[in-house]
Design a protein around this ligand. Structure first.
Ligand code: PMP
Length: 363
């Protein structure tokens, strides 16, 4: 019954259609199109040769925890390294979502939050953010809050909209949660990929658990390094799940990340990637705003236009007629029936061609 409401059919169907067509441009990708930098690969190979092939502490290598703690101005005891942000999110969910409790998920949002809530047999309460530039409105949250709420998932910069939330609103949300003894899970996985508006981190607030990782900012999705920043009181419950779930992140990958962080190389790698994403963001926003109702993304590498028709019909026709793959909005929660997610994690050349095809499809 825990997995009864979880579906994988949408993705499978899209993949089947994509495989049957030639010259397809895929704008449904949820990871950077960049490869992991050669320097990190070298560091990892070297680490493997030096024996970083065993388990590490459940909390992670001390040098990596320390580098992360320094970045957030917290102590090492507040940092746990996990097998990607995904493992962190599942650990937190299993530790803190009581069966039958309410879990608040602003929509649109990253699909996995719905899955975590379902696995934990929670009651999902969705708050629509469409009329609010895709930001969660504290007043709307206040209306649905009660003491049955165990947890609130936040994700800014947001997947699928790219929206970055204001500091004042974020703080208001944390306060409302605190009043009701609820935990805020702030998934900040895209925090290094931003354009004009700098994301505000909720690390350090007593009832907030921050989740982050290196999958996106260092283009390391296959390496599986994530982390949690939380008050010490949360660490033991999370450890009880982590010790039987992820156990520890790959040792050589942890070592390589610790080294690029401490040597300041990570910032250079991130900056180079973000500059390229910015060019694509500018191009895709400028082109699409002429044909769709769309909010300007301030982070991540997604844009979420309202296409003015049923998203499944739009997605299937666009693929069949023009060979462009996008993700239908319904994958991101309620109220997204007329939206699609476009990922600009493809080369500028491919993006230009894909945008031309989309515009010729709708005009
Ligand atoms: N959170 C969000 C919002 C994401 O988009 C993703 C990746 N698609 C993740 C978490 C998972 O990241 P990881 O690879 O570190 O598990």
């Amino acid at each position: 019954s825990r997995i009864a409401g979880i579906s994988t059919s949408l993705i499978r169907r899209m993949l089947e259609i994509t495989a049957s067509k030639k010259n397809v441009i895929n704008l449904s990708i949820g990871e950077p199109d960049f490869d992991t930098d050669e320097i990190i690969i070298e560091m990892a190979c070297e680490a493997m040769r030096r024996g970083y092939t065993h388990y590490t502490s459940n909390f992670g290598l001390p040098e990596l925890r320390e580098a992360i703690a320094n970045r957030y101005n917290v102590e090492m005891k507040n940092v746990m390294v996990t097998t990607g942000a995904s493992e962190a999110l599942l650990n937190i969910s299993l530790a803190f979502i009581e069966e039958g409790s309410k879990v608040i998920i602003p929509t649109p949002n990253f699909l996995s939050y719905f899955t975590y809530a379902k696995i934990c047999k929670a009651k999902i309460v969705q708050i629509k953010t469409h009329s609010n530039n895709f930001e969660l409105d504290p007043d709307q949250l206040n209306e649905v809050m009660d003491d049955k709420v165990s947890l609130i998932f936040l994700n800014y910069p947001n997947n699928p909209t790219g929206v970055v939330m204001d500091k004042s609103k974020l703080k208001a949300i944390v306060e409302i949660a605190q009043d009701h003894d609820a935990i805020v899970v702030s998934d900040e996985i895209y925090d290094q990929i931003y354009y004009d508006k700098k994301p505000y981190s909720l690390a350090g607030y007593e009832n907030v658990i921050v989740v982050n990782g290196f999958s996106k900012c260092l283009a390391m999705t296959g390496w599986r390094i994530g982390f949690i920043i939380a008050d010490e009181k949360f660490m033991d419950p999370i450890l009880k799940v982590h010790q039987v779930n992820g156990v520890c992140a790959p040792a050589f990958a942890q070592k390589a990340v610790a080294e690029v962080l401490s040597e300041g190389i990570a910032d250079i790698i991130i900056k180079r990637m973000v500059e390229e994403f910015r060019e694509r963001r500018d191009f895709v926003y400028k082109s699409l705003k002429n044909v769709f109702d769309v909010v300007k993304p301030e982070g991540a590498f997604y844009i979420f236009p309202n296409v003015g028709m049923d998203c499944i019909t739009f997605t299937e026709k666009l693929l069949m007629e023009k060979g462009v793959v996008v993700t239908p909005g319904i994958a991101f929660g309620d109220g997204n029936e007329n939206y699609v997610r476009i990922s600009y994690s493809v080369s500028m050349g491919q993006l230009k061609e894909a945008v031309n095809r989309i515009i010729s499809f709708v005009t």
